[in-house]
Structure formats: C-alpha cells, structure tokens
Design a protein around this ligand. Structure first.
Ligand code: ADP
Ligand code: MG
Length: 726
C-alpha cells in the first residue's frame, strides 16, 4: 500500500465506543483482585487470620492452610470463568513472564475436575532455562522456581488466575526484580523502626511508598506497521524532523484527542477492576505523548501494578487502533518518556516520614529521614544512576529534556534555607523546629503551606516535592524495582549508620533533640556541599562542578553498570542482605548482555532498512530525475544543463548520499560481526557502545535523502504523520 493510503486510513479513524459499566467506578474497583474483602468472603475465619498474619507479619503458611487458601481462591476464580492458573513473575529481561496451566485434572473416577492446591499456589518449577541468569544457572541446575509473594494479591487476567511470585534459582539466587525489592523493603523497615521508636514507641513497621508517573506515546497501528524500526526496536532509527514538533507547547495539557480519550477510559476501567487506582491522565509535552499516574501505594504492590498496566496497555490500545510506545526515546529531537518514581516512607502508625511534622518533635523526625535520604543518595549516586542505566534510557538522560547523567538532589528554596540555618547554630543549642501552626517559638521554621511551596527544577534527577522525593531518571520501559531496590537499600544502610552515631550521643547523656541535631549537623553540611544542587543540571559548568564535588559523571552505560560491583555497593548490598556478590556479578552480566543485544538489533534493523527501503526509494526517484534530464537534452540539446539544473543537482546529491548510506551500512554490519565475536560481556558491551554512537552517522544521510526524495515515493511514514495523527 502506498504511504499516502496508509496515512489517509489512519487519519480517517474515529474514536471507538467504550463499553462503560453502568455501576459506579468504586463498585467494580478491585473486582478482579483477591483482596482482603474476598479473603474474608471466601476463606474460613481461622484461614483468613493465618493468611493475614503471613501477609502483615511474615508468618509462614502451613501446607494445610495453603490448601485452604487455594480452595477459596479456586471458588472465587471459577465464578469469574477462570480456566487457567499461572505464576506471574518479573525476570531480568524487563517484562513479565507467565506459563499457564489448566485447572483440569483427572478425578480418579473416569472424569475431570477443576483442581488448585496449596502446593501449586506456593511454588512452581517452570522450565525457565531461557531467562537471563548471568550464568547463575548452569545447565545441570537449569531449573529456577517461582514462589508466591503473599504480600501482593492474586488477580485475574482474562481466563487466568495470576499469582505474583518471586523467581529464584535452584541454589537460592534471585533471578528477578521482585525478590531483591522485597529484601530492600524489609531492610529499610528494619533500619527505620528503631529510629522511629525514639519518637513514637508504637511504631512496628515502616512502609516504603511508590507513586509512579508513566509516560508513553501512542502511534496509529497502520502507521506503526509500516515502520520496521518501530516494530523491532520500539523507536524510529531514522526520520527527518517534522517542521512542527513541540515548539509551540500546544500539546501539553491540551484537550485529549477523542480516540486517545476512549483508549484512556477503557484502560482505566480495566485498571480499576484490577485494583490499580489510576488518578491522573493528561497530554504530555511531545505530540502524541501522554501520561498517567495512580494514587501512590506500598512499593512492592505499586510496582506490580505498574507491570500489570504495562502488560494490558497495548492490548487495550490495539482495540483503539493504536500501538503504545514505551521506549524512552521513540523520536529524535522530541521529548522522550520517563517514569518518575515518587518515593516516601511512612510508619504503620500513620506518620509520613518525609513530610514536615505537626509539631517540633515531628519536624525533627522528618529532618532525620530527610537528611539521611540525601546522605544515602550522596554516598550511592553512581549506583543510583546504574540502577536506571540501559541502552534505551541512555538516549533520554543527558538530552536537554530529561535529568542529566549526574545524580544530584534538588530541595527547593525553603528546605535549603532550613538546612543552612540549622548548620549555623552553635553546637549543643537546644533546637525546636516550629511546626505548621507555629506552636513553639522555633529558631528555625518550616512554613505552613508546604506542599505548594516547593519550587520545581525540571533538570534535577532527585527532587524533594513537599512530602516525598521524586526520582525522575527512571526510564518509561524500566521495572521500577531496579531503582527502588537501590534507593531503599541505600537509605536503610544510612539509617543504620546514623542510629549508631546517634546512640553514642544519647549514651553521653544528651537529650534526644540535642543528640539528633548534633548527629545530623555534619551530615547536613556534607549534603549541602556535595549532593544538593539547584542550578541548571544541563550546563557544562555543572558537569565540571559535579566532578569537583566527587559525584559520578560517567555517561557511558556499560561503565555506569560497573557501579553495582564497586566496593561500596557490594558492602551496601551484602550488609543489607539484598544481593550477594554472586548475584551482583550475574546481574551485571545480564545487563551488559541485554545492552549489547539491543544495540545489535538496532544496528541490524538500520542497516537492512538502509538497503531495502531507503536506497531503492532514492534510486527510483533518481530514475525519474534522469529521465527528465534525458528528455530535456533531447528537446533542448544546447540549454538542457541550465533548464534541468535542479534535476541535475538532485541526482548528484542522491548519488552522494546513497553511496554514503551503503558504505556506512556495510561498516555498521561489519562492526557488529566483530563485536559478536567477543566473549566477555563487558568488553562486548563496550564494543556495542561504540556501535551505538555510530548509528546516527548512518541516519544523517538517510534523513537528508528523506528531505529531497519525492514525497510520493518515500516508503516510511514520516515524523509529521507518526506524531500528529491520533
Ligand atoms: P506531578 O506531575 O505534579 O509530579 P502527579 O500527580 O502526576 O504529580 O504524580 C505524583 C505522584 O506522586 C502520584 O502518583 C502521587 O500519588 C504520588 N505521591 C504523592 N504523595 C506521595 C508520597 N507521599 N509518597 C509517594 N508518592 C506520592
Ligand atoms: Mg505528572
């Protein structure tokens, strides 16, 4: 089909009607989740109690109880037409995995029954030898197993009961994102509780919260289908800039296009049934870019919900004639997509530890967590960056629209001033920090309307926004657990270090207030000097200044990844029981391997499209020009050079660009062959880093050809079509 026909077809599509349930949203919210309400309804009281003790207090479940839980789940599932069961897990290839088993079993009497036992609820052994493991599973121990994570509720997708699980090797090493996250969440709670108890003895647990903001692009499916690069790599590897892109800022927060609004509506209905509390939806900065965000929740569950949304988004989109692009940078020269991770801590007694308190004591507790979070980010800035480093996210970081590739923290004017005042006070000064209502005469004050007071700095990767920190460097396609595991573990370690130092002061007989301030002060001084930065993160001066401050300024992904195995990271993860050295090394192998493969695919696709799409189109047009020249020569033998000047110059340009395209494509594919021969994953990733850098060299002449070749002949949907039809 000619490109124009495809464009016309896409343009003429109308919004698809959505089947909106007649009940209120709140009445079907969580309908497909085996939540507490279902547990109560489908389980005996003592089974319910044992299960909640397991979920809330980590008590083990006996086989007998597990059988009863499975029985209740089965009854609920059958009422929803479920036929299959799957353990649902998050392997290291940045997607989720599921292997469905039918509930059908022989009943021993010549017939069949539906069966679901505690055993199959708790554990499965998928033959999962094809998932990345970084060598953790040699062939003789190829099996990994999945184990139920009871803290994340079972849910129904289509005809299948999905059981969220961790994925572990036969020898106990984590092979997924969930297991380390759960460990890091435990570490941060264990480290935070003793500190909180100094302020509120009733605290029993500290929760880590995550509110993700998911950005994405929508592209019409007919246009998408005509772009092999989008199909195979998720981004456009070529494409001349559209005359209009985002310069007018007329897409941001604008009226949502009707086809897109219908898609969002249907996605929300599906999300609500799955208990995902979507709250916000809007147009983003780039054309055809959008965002959604739920109400924040407990980190492990919120992350599962993000993974669930990523899974269902595309099937919903297809019903509306769209394909979702989750790639961090689908279009060059236009904003990419991130996934801000809003993060905070809170106690089971209801204290928000990263929000200013109601009274002086509450504010001291807030400052303790606030400052220690900054110290953790400072110590592990290179590691935090490594946690979000990937081949796809590398296009976004450091481009002047997303965080730069240096992790620093932005506090806003109010909190910067509070910290500056605090360090100036003479040591030992009894300090009361005025609360919201100014109930005490405080020397240092945290003003009231705090949430609205926070100024914004778009260039900061880690920003305080009033009651939480926002880690903005996470990629749109990433599993949030990668970043959240590092952040929670780092904060856990810092809280422990702090508590130890605080105990020394307390043992010296200081009051809690004085002891906390005296322990905090040197840390405050250090974070103000090093990690806190409120200037322009894109500037070259900042790169120099950051290096002077000792912050990590590495921009090459294969090098960034190394931070996972640095001595300070190994110390962090082993002391907090999050990763063993063996797991860390294996994960780095996986990261390098995935990095290389992603670039390899891009290079191959680009090389082949150059040969199969671009050169033929350019030569077709050149033939038209040559015919024109030949005929001119026939009719005007004396003046054809002047009369056919435009055509002559265009044929020459085409010849030049075409031969450049061919040469660069050959060179690229040759470089891939060389890189593929390298055994060591790190060295191979280094080679692919160079290849990644050279992709744009091949793109340049292709984009130049797009500019001069007849619009009717150009085979690929152009940026102006991909970005402005919806
Ligand atoms: P903005 O774009 O202004 O940053 P959004 O409303 O798009 O804000 O997203 C903010 C996200 O932060 C939401 O998911 C919200 O639920 C979450 N959030 C709010 N408070 C907290 C908190 N204390 N801890 C974690 N996440 C939070
Ligand atoms: Mg937002």
């Amino acid at each position: 089909m000619l490109r124009f026909d495809v464009v016309q077809k896409a343009f003429n599509k109308k919004a698809v009607e959505v089947d909106v349930p007649s009940e209120r949203q709140s009445s079907y919210f969580g309908e497909l989740v085996f939540n507490r309400e279902k547990m109560q309804r489908y389980l005996d009281p003592q089974v319910f109690e044992a299960l909640t003790a397991c979920i809330d207090g980590g008590q083990p479940l006996s086989q007998q109880i597990a059988d009863k839980v499975a029985e209740g789940m089965k009854q609920w599932a059958l009422e929803h037409g479920v036929t299959h069961i799957t353990h649902w897990f998050q392997p290291l290839n940045e997607s989720t995995a599921e292997k469905h088993d039918s509930m059908m079993e022989y009943d021993g009497k010549g017939g069949m029954i539906e069966s679901f036992t505690g055993r199959s609820l708790i554990q499965q052994e998928p033959d999962a030898s094809s998932f990345p493991s970084g060598g953790l599973r040699a062939t003789f121990e190829a099996r990994g197993y999945t184990a139920w994570d009871p803290t994340s509720p079972v849910f129904i997708q289509g005809d299948t009961l999905c059981i969220p699980t961790v994925f572990i090797s036969y020898t106990g090493e984590a092979l997924d994102y969930k297991a380390p996250l759960i460990k890091a969440l435990k570490a941060v709670s264990d480290a935070a509780v003793p500190l909180c108890r100094l302020f509120d003895p009733a605290v029993g647990k500290v929760h880590s919260y995550l509110g993700w903001e998911q950005e994405y692009f929508l592209v019409d499916e007919d246009l998408f289908a005509a772009r092999p690069d989008l199909i195979l790599t998720g981004r456009t590897l070529m494409g001349h800039a559209s005359s209009k892109s985002q310069q007018l800022d007329d897409h941001y927060f604008a009226v949502i296009p009707s086809r897109v609004a219908a898609f969002m509506r249907e996605l929300e209905i599906e999300a609500y049934k799955l208990g995902i509390p979507l709250k916000t939806r809007h147009n983003e900065v780039a054309p055809n870019q959008f965002e959604m965000a739920p109400i924040y929740g407990e980190c492990n569950l919120a992350n599962d919900q993000n993974q669930m949304i990523l899974n269902i988004m595309n099937s919903v989109a297809r019903r509306h004639g769209f394909v979702v692009l989750l790639h961090e940078k689908p279009f060059t020269g236009i904003n990419g997509s991130g996934k801000h991770n809003n993060w905070s801590l809170g106690t089971d007694t209801g204290i928000q530890l990263l929000a200013p308190g109601k009274d002086p004591k509450g504010n001291l507790l807030f400052l303790t967590f606030f400052v220690n979070t900054l110290a953790a980010v400072q110590r592990h800035n290179a590691l935090l960056k490594a946690s979000i480093a990937s081949a796809t996210n590398s296009h976004r970081l450091g481009g002047n629209e997303a965080p730069p590739s240096i992790v620093s923290a932005f506090l806003g004017r109010t909190m910067t001033e509070v910290l500056q005042k605090l360090v100036e006070l003479p040591s030992g000064t009894p300090i009361e920090i005025a609360g919201k209502k100014g109930t005490s005469v405080g020397i240092v004050e945290i003003p009231e309307i705090f949430l609205d007071n926070t100024d914004r700095n778009r260039t900061s990767p880690f920003a305080f926004t009033g009651n939480r920190f926002e880690f903005r460097a996470v990629g749109s396609s990433a599993n949030c657990a990668g970043a959240m595991t590092v952040l929670n573990a780092a904060v856990a370690q810092q809280l422990r270090i702090f508590k130890k130092a605080l105990d020394v002061e307390l043992e010296a007989g200081k009051t809690l207030e004085v002891a906390v301030m005296d322990t905090l002060k040197p840390i405050i001084r250090s974070v103000l000097d090093v990690i806190c930065f409120d200037g322009n993160g894109y500037s070259d001066e900042w790169k120099k200044e950051a290096a002077r401050r000792g912050l990590d300024t590495e921009t090459r992904v294969p090098e960034m990844i190394k931070a996972f195995c640095s001595p300070s990271s190994v110390e962090l993860f082993t002391s907090e029981n999050v990763y063993t050295l063996k797991e860390l090394e294996a994960r780095n192998e996986v990261k390098w391997d995935i990095y290389s493969k992603k670039i390899q695919i891009e290079a191959r696709v680009l090389g082949r499209m150059a040969t199969n799409h671009i050169i033929p189109a350019a030569l077709t047009y050149q033939n038209v020009l040559l015919k024109n020249i030949a005929m001119m020569k026939e009719v005007y033998p004396d003046s054809y050079q002047q009369k056919a000047a435009v055509a002559l110059s265009a044929t020459e340009q085409i010849s030049r660009w075409v031969s450049e395209v061919q040469q660069l494509a050959d060179k690229l594919l040759e470089a891939c062959r060389k890189a593929d021969a390298i055994e060591d994953e790190y060295t191979k990733a280094q080679a692919y880093y160079e290849i990644a850098e050279s992709l744009s060299a091949l793109r340049d002449p292709i984009d130049k050809l797009e500019e001069i070749v007849d619009n009717d002949i150009w085979p690929l949907p152009k940026y102006r079509e991909l970005l402005f039809i919806s």
